[in-house]
Ligand binder design. Structure first.
Ligand code: ZN
Length: 130
């Protein structure tokens, strides 16, 4: 069985540290050693691991992403959110994190970030502990 966490994003572009939520679900699952699979079922959002100690890191990532993939095209996709689709593909929509001693085996400065590229929206992350 997989489980799902819900996230309400508040801006067009946002990186939300979901590490505490994932740890909470891990605790509830009772898994001590194994793997945590995370999957984002959206085409204009993604998931990544990066530094969660200094908030300017994710601010820099977002700012540079906006430069790399500007909101205004030229793009063909009529919905007008091609930039968000492209960012989603660049960042990816799944992660695997090892679980040891009942905790996510992340590096000291690492956090799991849900990445919104076309918010605000109601979003989901599917999680499977195994
Ligand atoms: Zn679209």
């Amino acid at each position: 069985m997989s489980l799902t966490i819900s996230i309400n994003t508040r801006a067009r572009s946002e990186m939300i540290d979901i590490t505490p939520k994932v740890e909470e679900e891990l605790n509830r699952s009772g898994l001590k050693d194994g793997v945590c699979f995370l999957f984002v079922p959206h085409t204009t959002a993604g998931i990544t691991i990066n530094e969660n100690a200094d908030p300017s890191v994710v601010a820099d990532i977002q700012a540079m992403f906006d430069k790399l993939v500007p909101w205004e095209g030229p793009y063909g996709h009529l919905e007008g959110n091609s930039a968000a689709h492209i960012k989603s593909s660049l960042i990816g929509n799944s992660l695997i994190v090892l679980v040891e001693s009942g905790h996510l085996k992340l590096g000291t400065w690492q956090g799991i970030f849900f990445c919104e590229f076309d918010g605000p929206r109601s979003r989901k992350v599917h999680i499977k502990f195994h």
